[in-house]
Design a protein around this ligand. Sequence first.
Ligand code: PAF
Length: 286
Amino acid sequence: MKICQTIASIRDFVRSVRNKGPVGLVPTMGYFHEGHLALMRRARQECTTVVVSIFVNPIQFGPSEDYETYPRNTERDLHLAREAGVDAVFIPGAAEMYPEGYATYVDVERLTDKLCGRSRPGHFRGVATVVTKLFNIVNPDIAYFGEKDAQQLQVIRKMVRDLNMPVKVVGIPTVREPDGLAMSSRNTYLSPGERRAATVLYRALQQVCRAVAKGERDPVYLQQMMKEIINQEPLVQLEYAEIYQLPDLEPLSVLKGDVLVAVAARCGRARLIDNVRLNMESLGEK
Ligand code: PAF
């Protein structure tokens, strides 16, 4: 497995394998868990060459967020990437990606005003900018992202369409702990008590799935139900529990088509997000 710390070296690597077949990119911030490994495994199945980037992107963190303390373990990540059959890891320093005088950003409008965008101003601008740079540097045919970051996935899909980027974007289902908690590098912030409490997000989402299966179609009712469930957990402070139409994240008055049910909450030092996607057609809705 090749380890590249500079833009020039990963470009050389990709150039040398380009004619062998499709190049897959898995962009990450490292501290791998099963969710990251699922992205790598899927890329391994579909691509001749798999590149993983590990970069804790400073510009997607707000001033009071966890950039400095974000968990990092490069040795372990490299070991896991090697085991997953990754061909190259791109692991640049901040100055390689944002040299002094850096001034160009990518903004995806509207989609980024809601959900996480409301409490994390500038976050998606940082994500869209770094993903654009990674696409320009690695030049992948296919890029893999987790569905746990549902809004991020929609923002990237929109950016790719709007800017005519020649990349296929693939979303991979959320990987969960046995008790339902969505895997996240930030779960390491949780104390044992918080870890138990954190499952309330998944329990609230499951309750929505059950109500919808029984015929409930009112988003206001369902949102209220999630809020009540999450607010019963004293260690969890709800940020939002909302329902939107996919893919544009428009509000909806009755559940129909492709629907995103998304929650975010604080639990101790961790900010947790989770979601489920419901396809109303496949539930028998006309
Ligand atoms: O999902 C992530 O880990 C990050 O937001 C990403 C896509 C790697 C951009 O920094």
